[in-house]
Design a protein around this ligand. Sequence first.
Ligand code: GLY
Length: 402
Amino acid sequence: MKRTVLSLLCLTISLLSVQAFDADRQLQYCAEQTQRALALLRPYQFNQEPRNILTTDTGKGWNCRPAVAEEWCSGFWPGILWMDYAYLKQGGSGKKAEAARVREAAEGYTDVLGFLAERPVFDHDLGFLVINSFLKGYEQTGDERYKRIALACADTLANLYNPKVGTLLSWPRHVTDFGGHNTIMDNMINLELLLWASENGGSRLLRDIAINHAVTTMRHHFRPDGTCYHVAIYDTLTGEFLRGKTHQGLADYSTWSRGQSWAVYGYTMMYRYTRDPLFLAFAQRVTDAYLKRLHETSDDWVPRWDMDDMRAQAPKDASTAAIVASALLDLSGFVGGFKGDYYRDAAVQMLTDLSSECYQSRERNVAFLMHSVGNHPAGSEVDASIIYADYYYIEALLKLKR
Ligand code: GLY
């Protein structure tokens, strides 16, 4: 009886906070920031994709980087435009003209990445490049050309697979310095391209590769407490797991926050495609580890860039909160019941913090969010507006609105 009352109380609190958060209002904010960004980018140079806005920048607009295979972030901006388009086109006649202009920009920034279908794979980030641009565009337009490009890129990505290890080689350029076949946690996200392709006319083998990768990663890439290493190193020839290391985190033993968020998002996505309960259970395991460490180390719902950097001045990483919020909105539906409500409530709390004065850029620059960390050990994009934070933020808002 006591338990039921408590559960009802939790459910009421959860419903109240979900109701209090206005996803529409935040999507409108994103649409306004996108208009400001597009105004500064005109006349468009589609082969330059927005990447970051640093605290040292004097201007309010995006710093862009060339749309090449070596730039892992090139697909996020077209993805943001496709999602903004999805929002605007539901907005009735008042938004029709704006939606058409955003779509035109989305097409330009997507099409420029078409060369990826004809190149050998550079690294695992091919998935990020294609999922965010062509798959988001295909969702909105049904354009068969986008589908063909995505299918070709899925085949190219699969060339990184080492059957002896059971995972994709994430960074071919780092085999020598890491001392073997390397797989990074971020790579989980890119499995979506393989799973999508196998459901859309591609080979069934692509699905097998994605599943093997996820299962092998589950076996070796995690510590007993459910947190992950950034990089797992395997013997290229025997497939034996050698060691876990960091690349963008504080230390080999530490929990690099965004790495853990890729695990949360990645295993939730694996369940979305396969409906295998193994992945559902594992998604909850890595999520629970994330939330536990978040509550132990952060004063709000946005984590420190690394959960083991306990310095008072350790920067926060808004991108991680956005990635986790987006994943939890899927996971909550899959899990259902009180635990599902708990995940949904956590996602709303994350979005509430991200939508506050503390994290939204507002007049300061044209991004949606501030306070993300790219590569702290390299001193790169520390406490910056970064394009992927905005991408997962608007993705989460759209999921919540639906
Ligand atoms: N994939 C690189 C990162 O998460 O920073």
